[in-house]
Ligand binder design. Structure first.
Ligand SMILES: [Fe+2]
Length: 249
């Protein structure tokens, strides 16, 4: 079990940080949730996706052999103009988010898909493929596009060795979690669940090593915000960069 921060470190970071570097969700599991799309962006997206009737296809087509057996959803064709245009825009937002950059150390976002689940649809327990034609899956993400009140059921469930957590986030929020965790989407009991999913290939494939870097980066940024530039801050940033060079690939 990976614990992101022991209590003393949590307290330390909460106390010293004055920016959103400590707004991430600390948990037994190693994951990050974060608001990403604003209401204006969501409205444009939903309006366009609602208009798109022709290009939704069976989700089994993009699943691995084992996952296909438990997958039941609809996906917007990746080669449709709408999918390409909005995938590009959302990917850009993901890659320019400071907290996500620090948490995931992303090399590329890939395999993105708009997914729709209506009543009776679900995606059973599965593990994502390690390698896809688009890249290596180190981290998986889901951006919730529908408001929670637009559908019943449909929570994303993530399992670790001895724990399970369920997520049904507000519209516009992203959850990023290691692709090494088993996960599933519970059956949608009513309404429509619209999400944008994809994978991140990280410069650092190990969860543990990303955690070292995240700690150093968070500590340096917090010290910088509180006290300004100092030799100590320079040394931590130096260690961060050199560790990234050593661990990255
Ligand atoms: Fe998955």
């Amino acid at each position: 079990m990976v614990t992101l921060y022991p209590t003393t470190q949590q307290d330390l970071l909460r106390k010293f940080s004055i920016h959103n570097f400590v707004s991430f969700l600390i948990s037994e599991m190693n994951y990050l949730t974060q608001p990403l799309l604003n209401s204006e962006e969501l409205e444009i997206l939903i309006t366009n996706l609602d208009k798109e009737k022709l290009f939704w296809e069976d989700g089994k087509q993009t699943a691995g052999k084992h996952a296909a057996k438990v997958k039941n959803n609809l996906q917007l064709k990746r080669d449709s103009d709408l999918s390409k245009k909005f995938s590009r825009l959302i990917t850009k937002k993901i890659l320019s988010n400071e907290l996500i950059k620090s948490f995931a150390v992303p090399k590329r976002v890939h395999g993105t898909i708009f997914s729709k689940s209506t009543k009776g649809m679900k995606y059973g327990r599965h593990i994502d493929n390690a390698y896809m034609s688009s890249g290596r899956a180190d981290l998986s993400f889901t951006i919730f596009l529908s408001s929670e009140d637009k559908y019943e059921g449909g929570a994303l469930s993530i399992e670790n060795l001895n724990s399970e957590e369920k997520f049904k986030l507000s519209a516009g929020e992203i959850i990023i979690y290691p692709s090494t965790y088993l996960h599933s989407v519970e059956e949608v009991l009513d309404g429509e669940r619209l999400v944008f999913i994809g994978w991140i290939e990280s410069y650092v494939k190990s969860i543990e090593e990303r955690e070292y870097l995240f700690d150093l980066d968070a500590a340096a940024r917090s010290l910088l915000a509180k006290y300004g530039r100092s030799n100590e801050v320079d040394l931590i940033f130096k260690s961060y960069s050199n560790l990234l060079r050593r661990l990255g690939s």
